[in-house]
Design a protein around this ligand. Sequence first.
Ligand SMILES: Cc1cc2nc3c(=O)[nH]c(=O)nc-3n(C[C@H](O)[C@H](O)[C@H](O)COP(=O)(O)O)c2cc1C
Length: 202
Amino acid sequence: MQLDFSRLTALEAYRWLASTVTPRPIAWVSTRSRDGIDNLAPFSFFQVISDEPPTLMVNVGNRADGSLKDTLCNAQDMGELVIQLVSMAQAEAMNATAANLPHLQSEFAHCGIASQPSQRVAPPRVAGAPIAFECRVAEVQPYPRQAPNCHLIFAEVLLAHVDDTVLDADGRIDPLKLDLVGRLGGTAYTRTCEVFRMQRPG
Ligand SMILES: Cc1cc2nc3c(=O)[nH]c(=O)nc-3n(C[C@H](O)[C@H](O)[C@H](O)COP(=O)(O)O)c2cc1C
């Protein structure tokens, strides 16, 4: 079977890409609006894209009506965000925060998610998240430039919070303890609870 992407609708292209490029880590992004309202939403078009400077990238698509999502507006306005990784224990809470709430309503309050103050940035972090990266917005790129239907947020990591309970005896991440959720296609998810190891060729 072959797929000619020039013949697919945008929705079909999204479905094929989202169900093949898997598993995707999920960025659970907290931002604060100009009015001081704290926003929280998940994004799986997400990756680490540089270690020097330490930079993560989140792709925020436009809403179906072409309007911009709160996460993008807040990140652009305030220049700060916190990116949490999602453990199995918080999967349902993460999913609840994908609800399309009015701009003035906070997902933290609406979904009953506890927050903790951040140290370097104004948006709070999610209490109980195994990993939280406090970030400054390094760059926002509309894509494609001519007729953007998404924006890439390049987020430089300033400070990371790592829950001590996900560390092994040597102080490194134990992937089984981290137990992160990854996005597959549609409503399917996976967990980082199966690990195998390989040595690289010399
Ligand atoms: C697991 C998951 C992954 C998602 N990934 C993305 C994504 O990569 N890009 C995007 O624009 N929306 C994504 N969404 C949808 C947003 O979370 C949703 O549009 C949300 O309402 C945006 O909130 P905001 O307007 O407060 O920023 C995802 C939703 C879920 C549940």
